[in-house]
Design a protein around this ligand. Structure first.
Ligand code: FAD
Length: 390
């Protein structure tokens, strides 16, 4: 049995675990990052076809970590977001109150991940182990320990970044509150005729929200991604059709925005659920990202919320008085991170129910509310600043 010692053990190299590894490596901690999957060498072998809408606040943090310079080239800036309740007759248009700033940036998960993995190699004291088969975790006052079949890793703290179905959570026995939405999200990437001019769209249909996010495109070929929450059986049927039929169907839904759809590049379906742990900490263990919480993608904030966890972790780890992994450290992390996660969990859940509600009186009141927000610039600025994480 091999035995390794490290300051920080991060379990999970998704987009949140990777940002956590960068943050703590920058602070010169000895970091070990493990993942059960094998190293993804090429962007083509990456299974996740999603994009992430990076908020201005998260971009600022990536910039602090000297990562944004490598990502910027692949990120499509969002300057406006047009939100429609059922149709464009009922809309709110959001833009950044500071005229020269953006609302966010759209970047493909596979490119994002590849860049973060490559950039991590420059930290000599950071080690990565892919294909790590975690079988047990032991937490005590002095250190935490992770076991695979042939390796024991001793650390001052374990950072669980192992996603929604966190195995660490199951081993340790932390409780979680889970909500299953009876819907899935279709992620459809395609090229199309019209330029979106850095405008993203969110249309609240009665069956669920449909977002259109412009992706980095060349001068002639415009690319976008659609994230459409809908009934799982319906989405499965739709995506089982030939591309020609998918194109025609989607054009009927959104042609006025994107023009003709030229080519479908990929489609993938994600079952939707949300959860929040009853605590984001245990002895010498903290949870970050989807291992701590997951929310409905209605506002495109799940990863940004994970970055908020990492920001809190980074700020606390800079402090040389409180030992990383100590009870006080873990409690302070929990106090800083829990409230915002709980708030967003509630907001996204309520927003989803609000727009799914088909009662006529309710819809009329909702229309009045929409009109009120559209006319009230200071309220729009408040909503925008909250969503941007600034
Ligand atoms: C359709 C959809 C669209 C979305 N769009 C956006 C958006 O626009 N903006 C936004 O902010 N968020 C968005 N999100 C949310 C976002 O995708 C997630 O919040 C984010 O990817 C979570 O990252 P993570 O690193 O915490 O978890 P994951 O990406 O799930 O990564 C977990 C990692 O842990 C590894 N792992 C799992 N188990 C183990 C184990 N036992 N041992 C070792 N490793 C393990 C996995 O292999 C994986 O690499 C969207 C979500 C969905 C479903």
């Amino acid at each position: 049995m091999k035995e390794l010692n490290t300051d920080v053990l991060i379990v999970g190299s998704g987009l949140v675990g990777l940002v956590a590894a960068h943050s703590l490596s920058r602070l010169k901690y000895k970091v070990t990052l493990v993942d059960k999957k094998n190293l993804i060498n090429s962007a083509n072998s990456f299974k996740d076809t999603r994009t992430v809408a990076v908020s201005e606040g998260s971009k600022f943090f990536l910039d602090n970590l000297s990562l944004w310079q490598f990502l910027e080239h692949y990120a499509e800036p969002i300057k406006n977001i047009n939100v429609y309740d059922r149709s464009s007759c009922n809309k709110i248009i959001f833009n950044n109150p500071s005229k020269n700033k953006k609302l966010g940036y759209v970047i493909e998960n596979k490119i994002f991940s590849k860049i973060l993995i490559n950039q991590l190699k420059k930290f000599k004291h950071t080690k990565t182990h892919y294909g790590f088969n975690l079988i047990d975790v032991e937490l005590n006052n002095r250190n935490s320990r992770a076991f695979s079949n042939d390796t024991i890793i001793n650390a001052k703290i374990i950072i669980a970044a192992d996603g929604k179905n966190s195995q660490i959570k199951k081993i340790v026995g932390n409780k979680t509150f889970k909500k299953n939405y009876n819907e899935s999200a279709l992620v459809l990437n395609f090229t199309h005729e019209k330029k979106l001019n850095n405008t993203a769209y969110e249309i609240f249909y009665k069956t669920g929200p449909l977002a259109i996010l412009p992706m980095k495109s060349s001068k002639e070929v415009f690319q976008s991604t659609v994230i459409w929450s809908n009934d799982n059986t319906f989405l499965k049927k739709l995506t089982s059709l030939e591309d020609f039929f998918i194109k025609s169907f989607m054009e009927e839904k959104i042609e006025n925005i994107v023009g003709k759809i030229n080519k479908i590049n990929s489609h993938q379906i994600f079952p939707l659920s949300a959860h929040i742990n009853d605590s984001f900490t245990n002895k010498r263990l903290i949870y970050v990202g989807d291992a701590a919480h997951s929310i409905h993608p209605i506002a495109g904030q799940g990863w940004n919320l994970g970055v908020n966890d990492v920001k809190n972790l980074y700020e606390l780890s800079k402090n040389t008085v409180i030992e990383i992994g100590s009870d006080m450290f873990c409690q302070m992390y929990n106090n800083k991170s829990y409230h915002k996660a709980f708030q967003l969990f509630q907001i996204t859940d309520k927003l989803n129910s609000h727009f799914l509600n088909t009662n006529n009186i309710y819809r009329s009141l909702s229309n009045v509310g929409f009109g009120f927000i559209e006319k009230n610039q200071s309220l729009k600025n408040k909503i925008t600043n909250y969503a941007m994480g600034v």
